[in-house]
Design a protein around this ligand. Structure first.
Ligand SMILES: NC(=O)C1=CN([C@@H]2O[C@H](COP(=O)(O)OP(=O)(O)OC[C@H]3O[C@@H](n4cnc5c(N)ncnc54)[C@H](O)[C@@H]3O)[C@@H](O)[C@H]2O)C=CC1
Ligand SMILES: CC(C)CC(=O)C(=O)O
Ligand SMILES: [Mg+2]
Length: 354
């Protein structure tokens, strides 16, 4: 098949991990006889430096014409002055809004070797297999903001429609899994959460074969560490999902392992690791590329419908997690490049054996 993929390397380790994702996709294209074209565009701090805009018009145009988008990460200390008029993260949020990708799918699966690196005891993490559905284009990150010398505000607003579509997405996914949805909110305090809870309860009536439970976000943060294996699909609003997914990633051994797919819009889906630009390790080939490579697998499956190819990438990552030297975040000494090569070699070895 032919597919045109927009690549947004961004800042910090973004370009390092994005090129790992592209290398694996190129290999898959060669192996399976596809024609993928890759077009790099500017976003974030890099785009501010080059064009004075974190999501310049030429990037917007390319995004609207793409079949899929692979993103590294944006941000860094160079652009983080709290008084700066423009920030890299604005480009990321504008891109999500432009493409209307309201459902951010963040799966968490444990591999025995890396789970052993989790700070939790093995009996606590045994059997963990969950998926977060994080609402991605609404809530406090997108609300009106004010700032004066004396105070500041961030508005949090959710419409019934915004809640309903993402909750429906979670229920539909749960039907293909263990049929349990946990909806996370702060309904004891926030009006938006009370609306969220009532919409989730109404939607649940259309899915009588799926169990729904409500959980307050503060205790959810605790339960994720004490009984993570009890959860199947977790649906929540933008900011809660942002925070809980970084927390949960540690169960698998490293933030660098977690992929994501942002879908639900009329056009291209966006695929990116859940981590940020990691300025503390940027430019040293220390970044774990596996979260991005697994995001590339999600791209193959969700945007291009290439199930076999996606499974080949995931099997290669499993093989690397089992047998290869890993990056420093997972206790290894391998470079970003070496881990990427190991994934590509594992893809080739499997194809030759088939
Ligand atoms: N999607 C995006 O582009 C995101 C951007 N950010 C931005 O990233 C910048 C840095 O934010 P932080 O809070 O430091 O979060 P971060 O996720 O960049 O890093 C947190 C910690 O995890 C480590 N880490 C992250 N990814 C890793 C990988 N692939 N391999 C090995 N170690 C990894 C980092 O070295 C750091 O110690 C900020 O400007 C923030 O706004 C943060 C999250 C998401
Ligand atoms: C700019 C932030 C919303 C990025 C982030 O932390 C994320 O999407 O996980
Ligand atoms: Mg985040």
């Amino acid at each position: 098949m032919k597919a045109s993929i927009v690549v947004l390397p961004g800042d910090g380790i973004g370009p390092e991990v994005a090129s790992a994702g592209v290398a694996v996709l190129r290999q898959i294209a060669t192996r399976f006889g596809h024609e993928f074209t890759f077009a790099e565009h500017a976003i974030g701090g890099d785009a501010i430096d080059r064009f004075g805009d974190p999501l310049p018009p030429q990037t917007r145009e390319a995004l609207l014409a793409a079949d899929a988008v692979l993103l590294g990460a944006v941000g860094g200390p160079k652009w983080s002055d709290p008084n700066a008029p423009v920030r890299p993260e604005q480009g990321l949020l504008a891109m999500r809004k432009l493409l209307g990708v309201f459902a951010n799918v963040r799966p968490l699966k444990l591999h025995p070797r890396t789970a052993a690196l989790s700070p939790l005891k093995p009996e606590r993490t045994k059997g963990v297999d969950l998926v977060f559905i994080r609402e991605l284009t609404g809530g406090i990150y997108f609300g009106a903001k004010t700032r004066s010398e004396h105070d500041a505000t961030d508005e949090c607003r959710y419409s019934v429609e915004e809640i309903e579509r993402v909750v429906r997405h979670a229920f539909a996914l749960a039907r293909t899994r263990r049929r349990k949805v946990t909806s996370v909110d702060k309904a004891n305090v926030l009006e938006t959460s009370r609306l969220w809870r009532s919409v989730a309860t109404r939607v649940a009536a259309d899915f009588p074969d799926v169990a729904l439970e409500h959980q307050l976000v503060d205790s959810m943060a605790m339960h994720l560490l004490t009984r993570p294996a009890d959860y199947d699909v977790i649906v929540t609003e933008n900011m809660f999902g942002d925070i809980l997914t970084d927390e949960a990633s540690v169960l698998a051994g490293s933030l660098g392992l977690s992929p994501s797919a942002s879908i639900g819009g009329p056009g291209a889906g966006v695929y990116e690791p859940i981590h940020g630009s990691a300025p503390d390790i940027a430019g040293q080939s220390l970044a774990n590329p596996l979260g991005t490579i697994l995001s590339a697998a999600m791209l193959l499956r969700h945007s291009l419908g290439l199930t076999e190819e996606a499974a080949a990438v995931e099997a290669a990552v499993d093989h690397v997690l089992e047998h290869a030297d890993l990056t420093r975040d997972l206790g290894g000494t391998a470079t970003t490049h070496a881990v990427t090569r190991a994934v590509i070699e594992a893809c080739n070895a499997k194809a030759e054996a088939a």
